[in-house]
Design a protein around this ligand. Sequence first.
Ligand code: ADP
Ligand code: MG
Length: 364
Amino acid sequence: MSHAMRPYLEYQADRVEAVLAAHRAPGHITGGTVGPRLIRFFLNPAPHTRFNAVKSLADDLALAMQTPNLTIQRGKEGIVLEFSNPNPSLVKLTTLLPEVMPLPPATALLGQTDTGLPLLARLSSPEVAHILVSGTTGSGKSALMRTIALSLAVGHRADRLRLVCLDPKGRTFATLATAPHMARPSVQDAAEALEALRSLVRVMEVRDRRGETPDRHPTGSVPRIVVMIDELADLMMQGGAALSVALTRLLQRGREAGIHVIASTQRPSAAVLSSLMRANFPLRLVGKVVSADDARIASGRAGTNAHLLNGRGDFLAIGGEEPLRFQVAYISEEELQQYMQEFHSLIAVPLPLPPTGRQMAANL
Ligand SMILES: Nc1ncnc2c1ncn2[C@@H]1O[C@H](COP(=O)(O)OP(=O)(O)O)[C@@H](O)[C@H]1O
Ligand SMILES: [Mg+2]
């Protein structure tokens, strides 16, 4: 927490207590957390203060605190007031990734939860398997896709994990082009994307028939394959029914064969994704959306308030019970290039081979 933060927090706590007292719903701020994007206050209400009375004062509290969005929930800490940090800090991939290395197998780094913990997603788990990323333009989808792709590449040898990138706009994965994990150059064209997905379906069928999975063949003969699709809607519009057939098959049966799909789209409505496809994304990562209705479509459930997120990497992970709020770890173009160079300096170094008999003699 920065030095200047304490007076701000004390001021805000005083405002909250003053508004509550003025409306005869007194309570005390007993503590809280300061996250990179969010501040939480824990409120202990006086015995006669009702939760609904505090909740109904949300607008008055937000006005007094001069904060654009304030949410009030019941939590195990009491009543939890949540509002945006006026001095948001950047969560950097270059700082967060070393903290979690070595990453467990099949695991991507997503970002940092608002309680300060690194958030990881394990693709091999049935609760993750395939990931649907949604959010309006500027919510940070492409940045999240890059973070996932790069953390997978950094965490795995290229013979253990392959990336197939479908990128209709051609910008998201451009810098990753030279990563040794790329199974093929990033695909922009819809016809080529269809061909790529169909060939993955064939790989899946062969693996199924032979009972091959990356977990059972840890030597690298059956690499995990991660298909990254940025702006899926663009691709679906051009690729039509054949593309959706191939994608649906990968979503339904890919995980066991070690093939995972991570796709982003602004609004996963029925026009973009069939309900069968949507049902096969166990994990949804939802950034800022424009309306409560879009929040429901993106999250696949009501009440997540994804339209109140701040954008630029402020996301919810929605899989299990409670949505988990996190800030996506960000990587700049320059830092990404740096990683690419490191991949290549690793490859350029020859493997330390055992010396031949003659060399050994020369060394003596
Ligand atoms: N995790 C993040 N942390 C900080 N800034 C971010 C983050 N993600 C995105 N941004 C900012 O928001 C802009 C839009 O992000 P982008 O990933 O292109 O959004 P989308 O693909 O959803 O339109 C980026 O250019 C960047 O400036
Ligand atoms: Mg984008």
